[in-house]
Design a protein around this ligand. Structure first.
Ligand code: GTP
Ligand code: MG
Length: 441
């Protein structure tokens, strides 16, 4: 969501770094450009102005120009302010047992999907989760939640057959007790507009359920509207946090940047897709680092830990060190990368992603090429996968036809594979430590 903002900001800092001796006017110029970047990201004028004024005050106070590394000091000041703007989140009330969470929001914001995502999120943290739906208007809504709940192992579907929200809440609470669940997540009906009648229904649910958290689910693609909705819901209910959905789209990010400053509500989670795993805890520092092109290595490592076991990693390292690296190994590596969300997701989390991404585009490296390469490997015979030297002209022709690619594309992959093999041979000869020292030089 922050793509263009992030590349603008890293561009501004690049310029600052290259300008050699920094003058007061360079800092002013950089701050002015950051202000424009904020406005372009849909941050309100008021918020952008305040941001720049405060950053400038800090810069003058710290006498940036005289500091040891002026551009680093500017980066730090801007980063600290971004963190403050995004707002640190207080921890969830998850250790209260049971922790009762109620989701509210406009129609189609992504509430029901988010119930499923949260169920998975908490299950992974070894919590026993129960879910129920107080959406009494659409019979399909309850069915939708049932299907989602079925996908998360161990989740209790604490649904009452009754048609009143009161009965639904009471049954859910009873089930939570009898099943000894740690978390209850209650879905509610979407509001088309913020009308009084249904608001009072939400208040009724709140009264019976007495939730620890009430999260407003808002679609970031609606921009400024998401902020107005958060304000309106906060007038009727004690909203304890906001969950932004569709951050995978091309929304400009201003919503996330202004939510805290303009509504006083914390962002608690970001949802970035339709799959149950597409949810992450909101962490202002990490987002600020991503925005500044400093990467988000912590998230990447966390993601990697979810998908790869330590044993697997050790096994791969052992094989590589022994010089065994077949096309099957290569395919396994590529499949793992896809599991991490694909190349672009990985690259986005690495420092200086904006530049790297355009470099990838320029060189035609994409998830599509990864998928194509996987198709090529799948069209090889077992023997070919283990011994690439077998790959003569006619075999390559067969593989290209089988994978719907061209001989050139097959050749390209073989070349890349040879390059990787060569690298592993060198690693084996020199040891990993020596190699990484060589690469750092
Ligand atoms: N791309 C993307 N799609 C999402 C995300 N979250 C939800 N969706 C999709 O948005 C659509 C609506 O989601 P629901 O969860 O049914 O929304 P809801 O708020 O429960 O809708 P109502 O119950 O009708 O008010 C579904 O097709 C979801 O798959 C997200 O983070 N990214
Ligand atoms: Mg729903």
């Amino acid at each position: 969501m922050f793509d263009s903002f992030s590349s603008r900001i890293s561009g501004i800092f690049d310029k600052l770094r290259k300008s050699g001796i920094l003058k007061e006017s360079d800092v002013d110029e950089a701050l002015r450009e950051i202000r424009i970047a904020l406005l372009e990201a849909d941050v309100s004028l008021e918020v952008a102005k305040k941001f720049i004024a405060e950053a400038k005050e800090k810069a003058v106070g710290q006498d940036v120009i005289k500091s040891v590394s002026p551009e680093q000091t500017v980066v730090k000041i801007v980063r600290d302010h971004l963190v403050e703007l995004l707002g640190a989140s207080s921890p969830l009330e998850i250790n209260k047992k049971p922790c009762k969470i109620m989701l509210v929001g406009l129609q189609g914001a992504g509430k029901t999907t988010t119930v499923g995502k949260l169920a998975k999120f908490f299950s992974k943290k070894n919590k026993k989760v129960a879910v129920a739906s107080a959406d009494i208007y659409r019979p399909a809504a309850i069915e939708q939640l049932k299907v989602l709940a079925g996908k998360v192992e161990g989740t209790v579907f604490a649904q009452s057959e009754k048609k009143s929200v009161e009965a639904i809440c009471k049954t859910a609470l009873d089930r939570v007790e009898s099943e000894n669940a740690d978390v209850l997540i209650m879905d509610t009906a979407g509001r088309l507009h913020i009308d009084e009648v249904k608001m009072s229904e939400l208040q009724e649910i709140q009264k019976i359920l007495d939730p620890n958290e009430i999260f407003l689910v808002a679609d970031i693609m609606t921009g400024q509207d998401a902020i107005n909705i958060a304000r309106k819901f906060s007038e009727a209910l004690p909203i304890s946090g906001v969950i932004l959905t569709r951050v995978d789209g091309d929304a400009r990010g201003g919503t996330a940047l202004s939510m805290r400053a303009t509504t006083g509500r914390e962002i608690k989670f970001l949802c970035s897709g339709e799959r149950l795993e597409d949810i992450e805890l909101f962490d202002a520092e990490r987002i600020a680092d991503r925005l500044l092109g400093m990467g988000d290595v912590v998230s990447l490592v966390e993601k990697a830990q979810e998908h790869f076991s330590k044993e697997e990693a050790e096994e791969t390292a052992k094989r590589m060190q022994a010089g065994i690296f077949t096309f099957d190994d290569l395919a396994a590596q590529m499949e793992k990368m896809s599991k991490l969300g694909g190349l672009k997701t990985i690259v986005k989390m690495l420092p200086k992603s904006a530049q790297l991404e355009s470099l990838m585009d320029a060189h035609g490296v994409s998830d599509k090429t990864v998928a194509r390469n996987l198709a090529i490997i799948k069209s090889m015979t077992k023997k070919e996968k283990r011994n690439y030297k077998l790959l003569n002209g006619s075999r390559k022709k067969r593989i290209a036809a089988g994978s719907g690619t061209t001989i050139q594309e097959v050749n390209k992959l073989v070349k890349q594979y040879e390059g990787a093999l060569d690298l592993f041979k060198k690693i084996r000869k020199n040891g990993i430590g020596k190699m990484s020292a060589m690469m750092r030089r």
